[in-house]
Design a protein. Sequence first.
Length: 509
Amino acid sequence: MRSVGWRALVALASTFVLTNAARAADAPASAACASVQDFFATDCPLTWHGITLYGAYDVGVGWVNHGLPENGYNYEGESLVNRNGNHSQFLIAPNNLSQTGLGVRVREEFLQGWAVVLNASTGINPQSGQLANLAATNITNAGLPRGSYSFAGDGARAGQPFNDEFYGGTSSAPLGTLTFGRQRALGTDAMLAYDPAGGAYSFSFIGYNGLMAGGGDTQDTRWDEAMKYRVSYGPVHFGAMYKFADGQGGCYSASAAWTAATCTAETPHNSAYGFDLGTAYGKFSADVVVQRINQAISVLNPLLGPGSRSAPYQSTLNSINTNPINGANLIGTTNTEYGIVTDNTAVMLAAKYAWDPFKFFGGYEHIRQTNPANPLGIGATAQGGYLLSGVEDDNLDSPKIVQVFWTGVKYAYDSKTVITLSYYREWQNDFRVPSTCSPAAGFRSSCAGTLNEGSLYLDYHFTKRVDAYAGIAYSVVSGGLAIAIPHGPGVPYYYNSNIAPTVGVRFTL
């Protein structure tokens, strides 16, 4: 692997990050930069003939009291309590307030009141120069003993050339904007708008963990092959989104003794849809977002292997009742993942209010997860085109209910200094049958549990484009949410809390 310093220089020279671009296609155009002086003195856009280049570079240093060796594919850092974190360390902290990357946005009028809109954007890790790719963090740890893991996580950015968004469409002021392609889910748009920390990985649980934004799973914070429509009328705005089924469904059998010859090829049914209804009146705004995702995939851990606590490969099984499905894997395990599949329905309510010099934020989401009506099989496609060599379609004994609450406040100390205080809470029900969850009986991931995070940070702007920040996050997990490896009686986190102070700088294009 190339040195961290060399990769950082490459990233600085060739990439920048997209900042909050939710609803960017509908935003009124600002005057383009007229000179180099304008560029450094203001936040004018770099626009030429309707083409705008945008982004930022965000990197810092941090310390965690329960962390892991760094992984060059990781774009989120290690601020949140981690199931495998086992030691304190200093580390390079990437993308603390914004995702480092580069974006190109086009808006070109072709008829009076009508415009073509395009957006292509990707994320890059400032500490390594790698494309943002949490799937690869699992791949690089596959087969290792748990104590030897580097950071591993799950996310929608999985090494795609355009791992954020890649879409095109048309826009009209009275009729709205219609686009098609890879796009942020409506829940992701709402998270960026109503999170007091604006989705900052180092200081926001709902930004770091895409559970809320993705309507139940972080891989669904972005939808491929998706149609999206937004329109505003006076103080009211409306959005609708539909994802067409894509990829492949793999090969599946409910039998305990199955082979490549006896399993059934599955058709993907991974469609999704969502709606957003909101209002913005004066200094107050609020949104209600509903999302339904079929065959949502969650990747919890790297594949087990010869050096791990189990078999040479991780077989397909039910993590609640621990019934293994026997037989050799239908595909090789190289560059593959192990996924838990559910059907998810999520309802979110969020609001914010400005009362100078304060801005108040709050929100709540209710997520219901069930076993998929249409199972996925071995060889099914996950984000980034990665294949699943292990699949759980019957992970839930009963519906799993996950709830997320957040609140926070921003305080503008002066024109250059903003202080943000945030609190986040996730909790789940006891969906194990029979319900035998207690410290004496032992917890599993199907038991009720909670995760709490609080954060505080200061952001100081030297100019419109350069700012520095410093802050701290504390997170703690308990019960079923504190189970690291769900199978069998459940293997708990090494440590159930994490303290993560961070400082860094950001340059915005």
